[in-house]
Structure formats: structure tokens, C-alpha cells
Design a protein. Structure first.
Length: 304
């Protein structure tokens, strides 16, 4: 096997070990410079005098076969150290060690996340569609989480406008959740991108959706929260976005919630009234983010 294939298979094998913490695995590999070396140490117990590195051979072969099977099924597998991995995710604390993809994965993708409540109001749906349509017309990728409500409206509007949209899902990439969005998910995979950080057949659980929100925030240059209640995942994403150094745009609909009123005092938060002002805020944010550069150029800004 080629070195790149061995390293990718070693990462999959390492993550399959029952006691591996995924975040710690990333740090160990970054420090060591080799996924295989970390796997050898984990399996062979390198704290002993004679570690059994040969015991990893079978694990690597099995993982390589598993990766090949995913590929034959149309699923891309990208390790965080691969040249195909999206650069904007490498700078966040929650960087997924693996990304599974269907569609057009790009190393650089200038994107804005549009998120909100599953039980959206008609006005919230209108705003989501308007923002996604305008972003698509300006060649900005619309990112959302493929949930019902605001997410579905944003994805659908971007597709209708002929733009690019990326769905970051909270299940394995070979699953559909909610089931009613199966056709939409397949359509996005055909003309845009669907990505997941979970094993391809993993079901949804309570932890997977906040983890999905972290990746959505990291993938996007900014997050627009259209509507979100006190327990909404969009609220979680807004907090994560600021931790990632990404600005957040809050609409007047969101500002009816107590969490948004408290959140709005933070640097990096835009509070907007009306679609026109929302789009002006997004334009301002995008002016600080040329597509081929990182996110370090964001200023501390806040509009009230």
C-alpha cells in the first residue's frame, strides 16, 4: 500500500479502537506526524520494552478494505491530514479526524451558514429563502444542516437559484434524517455536497447534532441565525461560531428570545432588522474573507 493509503487506513483503525478519543487522536497524530505510529503505540503498548507493532497489520488491512468499500458505494473518505480536506475546518478545536462526503468536496469553499428552527414561522422561511437565494446569486455557498424548517428552506432556495449548497448532517452519510428529506439530500449530493463526521451508517443521537453544528460553524465564514428558540441547535451554533472566530448575524425574529438579547452584546455579532440589512451585514463579512485565505483577518465588529 502507498504511504497515504496506510496513513488513512491507520486513522480509521485507530478510531475504531473502543477507547480512542477522537479529539485526542488528532492531537497525537499532529504531534507524532504519523497515524500509523500512533496506532502502533495504541495497539502494541509502546510503554512496554518490546511493543508488538506487527499486530497493527491486520487492523490496517481491514480498514483499507473498509475504505475501499465506502468508495465503491460513492462515499469519499478524507482524513484531516489529506490534501483534499477543507482547510477552514483545520483551525477549529472540534476538527473531525475524518470527513465522509458525497458530492463535490472543495479544499477552499467560501460559505455562509443559514440556520434556524425546525418549526419555523412563515416569515422565517421567507427570510431563509431570500438570504439563500441572494448568496447563491453571488457565488457564495449556502451551508445548513438538512433539518426541517429553516435548513430545508435554505438548501432548497439555493438549489432553485442554481447555486452551491452544502449539507452538514448529524447522521452517517448513508442515512437520511429526517426521512422526508431523502430526495433533497440526494439532490444536494448530485450538484453540491453532503458531509458527515460520523461512521457512514451511524444513526442520530443527542450528541451528534451539536457536533454537527460545530462542523457547520467551522466550515462557514459566518453563521446567519434566522430563528431559534431557547433550546435550538442554532443557538449552540451561534456560540460555537464566536468561539471559532466567525461572526454571527441575528435577525429581529431571533431577538425576541432572551438568549439572543444576551448574546447580542458580544463582539462579532451583527443584529439586523429586515432582509436588506441582513444582506448588507453578510456583504461586510465577506469583504474580509477572500476565498483563498484563512479566517485570521476578521476584525472585531458589532452592529446594533
Amino acid at each position: 500500500m502507498e504511504t497515504a493509503t496506510i496513513e488513512r487506513a491507520s486513522l480509521v483503525a485507530l478510531l475504531r479502537l473502543p477507547h480512542t478519543r477522537w479529539s485526542e487522536a488528532v492531537l497525537d497524530i499532529q504531534e507524532t506526524g504519523s497515524a500509523k505510529a500512533v496506532l502502533d503505540r495504541a495497539v502494541g503498548h509502546s510503554d512496554t520494552l518490546f511493543p508488538d507493532a506487527e499486530s497493527t497489520t491486520g487492523l490496517i488491512s481491514a480498514a483499507a478494505a473498509e475504505i475501499a468499500g465506502w468508495g465503491e458505494g460513492g462515499v469519499g473518505v478524507h482524513a484531516f491530514f489529506d490534501s483534499t480536506y477543507p482547510t477552514q475546518l483545520l483551525g477549529i478545536r472540534e476538527v473531525p479526524p475524518l470527513l465522509f462526503s458525497r458530492g463535490d468536496l472543495r479544499v477552499h469553499d467560501r460559505a455562509v451558514a443559514v440556520v434556524g428552527s425546525r418549526r419555523a414561522s412563515s416569515e422565517g422561511l421567507r427570510i431563509a429563502r431570500a438570504v439563500a437565494t441572494t448568496l447563491a446569486s453571488r457565488d457564495v455557498t449556502v451551508v445548513s444542516g438538512l433539518a426541517a424548517g429553516i435548513d430545508t428552506a435554505a438548501h432548497s432556495a439555493a438549489l432553485k437559484a442554481g447555486g452551491r449548497t452544502v449539507a452538514v448532517i448529524g447522521t452517517g452519510i448513508r442515512r437520511y434524517y429526517p426521512p422526508g428529506n431523502q430526495r433533497l439530500q440526494d439532490r444536494i449530493a448530485q450538484v453540491g455536497l453532503v458531509i458527515s463526521q460520523f461512521w457512514p451508517d451511524a444513526p442520530p443521537n443527542r450528541q451528534s447534532f451539536p457536533m454537527r453544528n460545530a462542523v457547520m460553524s467551522g466550515y462557514a465564514v459566518a453563521t446567519v441565525v434566522v430563528e431559534a428558540g431557547e433550546t435550538s441547535g442554532a443557538r449552540i451554533q451561534a456560540r460555537l461560531a464566536l468561539q471559532h472566530g466567525r461572526p454571527v448575524v441575528l435577525t429581529s425574529q431571533v431577538m425576541q428570545c432572551e438568549w439572543a438579547k444576551a448574546f447580542a452584546v458580544n463582539p462579532g455579532v451583527y443584529v439586523v432588522h429586515g432582509t436588506a440589512q441582513l444582506l448588507e451585514a453578510v456583504d461586510d463579512i465577506l469583504s474580509y474573507h477572500p476565498i483563498e485565505t484563512g479566517l485570521e483577518s476578521f476584525p472585531d465588529f458589532a452592529l446594533r
